[in-house]
Design a protein around this ligand. Structure first.
Ligand SMILES: *Cc1c(COP(=O)(O)O)cnc(C)c1O
Length: 396
């Protein structure tokens, strides 16, 4: 089987050759002076992707899940109340982690396919006169359902309630692919990882932390050692690391930032919107429905698509992999068997996305789905060839 086939899972994403080469470096001494010269500018430049000037970038050798844990353990104490809405597998898993750490989790249950309910948050926060709620946790892009939540609206709701809780945002599958405005949205900790929008191998949790969250760190009672922000910041201040850093990922990160800035972040976002719209046109042509309930919720990095009644989405993704060697996202949690996902983030061009649509279409035809072969491809082609003059330049 060829390894040239791109993956259409919503992370880890395809690694461009340029980044594979950047990560292919011999071991170097992380206590030598040249590590300082490499690492410090990477931290500084990463701020531009989070759109923060006030925040501190903190990285750990971990996946995004480690980033969640670092966030809560550095800012909260056992028994602290946090407010979270559950509307997909990733919000669900963050809730589970908070509960296992002994936090008092106020859960707002929402249908899968909806997003963060800013209006409900406002009502709950307004009623919390004693300010028992210490943090609001939001998954910006729910990768299980292809739903993007409006973080600005959550901030507006918190402000309207005049509530001092911190705002923690999981932007693992949105950062570097969809607009993110840490400072403007008043985000206190934003959590991302190396293997999605940054197009790198998995292994680095990437966080941006506000001054308010850093102040909370001083009194936070949850235990942490490996994930202690203080040890990391103390070592980073002189360009070092409190333990062995993931050197190859740091070199990869330097090149990834270069790629994102060369294309221009706004062009990167526009490319993702265009590719996503191409996929959505195909879904519409198939007569199928997105899990995301309304256009304002549509994610530009992943589309979750309901299969027709009587079909099993996992049989479809398995067939696409077995017969064509191409991976698509399976249905997670409540979507198990009901929806498959097309990841369209990171290093992707129009032509790559068309190949993904064509492949899943063949797989659906093989399994006797009620679709017309070529209909989705044609709809995406019609959209992608119109008014598109950025794709060549942006070919990652
Ligand atoms: C991928 C992802 C994560 C992190 O998962 P890891 O496998 O731990 O890197 C967290 N949240 C969302 C929304 C994600 O898509």
């Amino acid at each position: 089987m060829s390894d040239q086939n791109p993956v259409f899972i919503p992370g880890p994403t395809n690694i461009p050759d340029r980044l594979r080469a950047a990560m292919n470096i011999q071991t170097r001494d992380h206590r030598a002076p040249d590590f300082v010269e490499t690492f410090a500018p990477v931290l500084e430049d990463t701020k531009k992707v989070f759109k923060t000037t006030e925040g501190k970038i903190i990285t750990f050798p971990a996946s995004g899940t480690g980033g969640w844990e670092a966030t809560i353990c550095n800012t909260l104490s056992p028994g602290d109340k946090v407010l979270v809405a559950r509307y997909g597998m990733f919000s669900h898993k963050w809730i589970d982690m908070c509960q296992r750490h002994g936090l008092d989790v106020h859960i707002v249950e929402c249908p899968w396919g909806s997003g963060a309910p800013a209006d409900k948050f406002e009502a709950i926060l307004s009623a919390d006169k004693e300010h028992a709620i210490k943090a609001v946790l939001v998954t910006h892009n729910e990768t299980a359902t292809g739903v993007k939540s409006d973080i600005g609206a959550v901030r507006t709701a918190m402000d309207a309630a005049a509530h001092p809780a911190m705002l923690f945002v999981d932007c693992v599958s949105s950062l570097g692919s969809m607009p993110f405005h840490m400072d403007d949205w008043g985000v206190d900790v934003a959590v991302s990882g190396s293997q999605k929008g940054f197009m790198l191998a998995t292994g680095m949790a990437i966080l941006a932390v506000s001054p308010k969250a850093l102040a909370a760190m001083e009194t936070a009672g949850l235990h942490r050692t490996f994930f202690d922000f203080r040890d990391m910041m103390k070592a980073n201040a002189s360009g070092g690391f409190p333990y062995t850093p993931p050197l190859q990922l740091i070199y990869g990160m330097r090149e990834s930032l270069k790629m994102l800035f060369e294309e221009g972040l706004d062009n990167v976002y526009a490319r993702h919107t265009r590719l996503a719209e191409g996929v959505r046109r195909a879904v519409d042509a198939w007569g199928m429905n997105l899990v995301a309930q309304s256009p304002d919720l549509y994610s530009d990095t992943v589309s979750a698509i309901y299969v027709p009644g009587g079909f099993n989405s996992n049989a479809l993704t398995e067939h696409a992999f077995t017969k064509y060697g191409v991976s698509f996202g399976v249905g997670l949690g409540e979507m198990d068997g009901k929806a498959f996902r097309i990841g369209h983030l990171g290093s992707l061009t129009d032509a790559m996305v068309l190949s993904g649509i064509a492949t899943i279409e063949m797989a659906m035809a093989d399994l006797n789905y009620p679709i017309k072969l070529g209909s989705g491809v044609a709809a995406a082609q019609e959209f992608l060839r119109s008014g598109n003059d950025t794709s060549i330049k942006s070919a990652a």
